[in-house]
Design a protein around this ligand. Sequence first.
Ligand SMILES: Nc1ncnc2c1ncn2[C@@H]1O[C@H](COP(=O)(O)OP(=O)(O)O)[C@@H](O)[C@H]1O
Ligand SMILES: [Mg+2]
Length: 224
Amino acid sequence: MGFIIECISLGKTYKRKGSAFTALSDINLKVSENEALLIRGRSGAGKSTLIHLMSGLIRPTSGKVLFDGIELGNSGNSILSEILLNKTGIIFQNFNLLPAYTVFENIELGILPKKTNSGKYREIINEYLKQFDLEGKEQLLPAELSTGQQQKVAVIRTLVREPSLIFADEPTGSVDDQSASEILEHLMNLKRQKNITLVMATHGNIPDRYADRIIELENGRIKG
Ligand SMILES: Nc1ncnc2c1ncn2[C@@H]1O[C@H](COP(=O)(O)OP(=O)(O)O)[C@@H](O)[C@H]1O
Ligand SMILES: [Mg+2]
């Protein structure tokens, strides 16, 4: 099952001690079920802010985000909380790996909300590690990996949760070209086979063919 996400007159102004910076203004955008949307824009254009707003991590200062018609940020809505917790996944631009946990444990934590007792998830994690060339690294700490390897761990941590909607913020920003293709191909296969919806952001290194639709952000606004 997928969801329709809708941004209506969405805006975000970051305020701090007397100064304010408007990172996003007047974003109107609809993402359909099973769509792969690519958000392009230079550094500072507002891509991460938009992803964080759409995934409910931060609150807008104007407008709103709807998930199947339900507004994010309306507390006390258990259906929406369940959707966000169980059906969506975020691949963070800065990875957000937990430094004191091993590679395996970091990935395992991604699966925590729906971990089964079967032990099957261990096999699934190992398969992913193999596929992304991280075999033998499972007991290392994130700091003992290269940046690109850390990014792959962050990708796996999200994939093992099997979300129906994936937000991927520069998911290939730190990896080599071949790893980038592997990650993107994997996301495309999930989209085709499991009908997932993809919202990706990039400053430019994700080719057009990985998107059904591309929007361009410039200075916090959608171009064109
Ligand atoms: N927490 C914050 N406080 C103040 N300014 C912020 C914050 N987060 C982002 N910004 C600013 O908002 C703008 C957009 O940032 P971001 O959404 O990270 O852009 P992108 O992901 O496209 O590089 C930047 O100018 C950035 O400095
Ligand atoms: Mg960003």
